[in-house]
Design a protein around this ligand. Structure first.
Ligand SMILES: O=C(O)CCC(=O)C(=O)O
Ligand SMILES: [Fe+2]
Length: 282
């Protein structure tokens, strides 16, 4: 049984040992601790499909945004779509550990999408079918340095995720992630052995709004740096997604259009500081 709170859950029986999760955190920390020239070997470049893959800082999208020093590394995990030039070779075990993590998460996403279907009394495959055989897993490694003015500087501005489901591995010591509910922000407690499962916009669309992708943000910390690893599970870009037929009826009319490649719509709206899901509402 899935126990959602604010459309987020802390998953503990995921088949990965606490020491394996610590190894994933450790290689993340080691990568960000490398000298800048070393990290820049994996810099984003213009030729990457959406300009997101690779290492870099946050892009400044509006005048109000304050430089936050956050560093990120985005990598496509699916074996057939990998661009190894963005996969760090330092620390030495980085690629092996990330490969193991990919294999394990590909099993967990199937289980979660099936469990979501069952929780709504639907056929097991209805979310999985929309996720499709070409479902993509994109990893986003985040590094938030110590920040002298956490009152002024945000680590990640409030947003929802474009994915169907996000798996978030949080830092095992430093908090920072917060979810919004009823205009208040709530901290996510750290459970080191847990993976945080977050409903993304595309699960909101498929479930015809029964699930809602929660707004979240990351605050900075003046004492401690923080890392996290988000894996975004995205339906294949050629896959059309939309509300599952059995979730549409007279009492619950269709709320969202059918859509392909939601990520590109998401990025466009995000840049304009509009909530992306509005783009596909009927
Ligand atoms: O760093 C975190 O805890 C959350 C990161 C996040 O929300 C994201 O990458 O979309
Ligand atoms: Fe997020």
């Amino acid at each position: 049984m899935l126990k959602w709170l604010f459309n987020v859950l802390q998953l503990i029986n995921h088949g990965m040992t606490p020491s394996f999760l610590d190894e994933v955190r450790e290689v993340t920390k080691q990568f960000f601790a490398l000298p800048m020239e070393e990290k820049q070997k994996y810099s984003r470049d213009a030729e990457s499909a959406d300009g997101i893959e690779g290492y870099g800082n946050d892009k400044i999208l509006s005048e109000k945004q304050i430089l936050n020093g956050t560093e990120r590394l985005h990598i496509t995990l699916n074996p057939e779509q990998r661009k190894l030039k963005f996969w760090p070779e330092n620390p030495k075990v980085f690629r092996d550990i990330l490969n193991d993590y990919t294999i394990k998460l590909s099993m967990v996403i199937e289980i979660i999408l099936t469990a979501i279907a069952r929780s709504l009394d639907l056929e097991d495959n209805c979310f999985l079918d929309q996720y499709g055989k070409e479902g993509k897993m994109n990893a986003g490694f985040n590094y938030y340095p110590k920040c002298p003015r956490p009152d002024l500087v945000i680590g990640i501005e409030e947003h929802t995720d474009a994915a169907a489901i996000t798996f978030l591995l949080q830092d095992n010591e430093v908090e920072g992630l917060q979810f919004q509910k009823d205009n208040q922000w709530f901290k996510v407690p750290i459970i080191p052995e847990a993976l945080l499962v977050i409903v993304g916009d595309q699960a909101e669309i498929m479930s015809n709004g029964i699930f809602k992708s929660p707004v979240h943000r990351v605050v900075t910390n003046s004492e401690r740096e923080r890392i996290s690893l988000a894996v975004f599970c995205l339906p294949g870009f050629n896959e059309e997604i939309g509300p599952i037929d059995r979730l549409v009826d007279e009492s619950r009319p269709r709320l969202y259009k059918k859509v392909k490649n939601y990520v590109s719509i998401y990025l466009e709206y995000f840049k304009q500081r509009k909530r992306p899901i509005e783009a596909v509402k009927i």
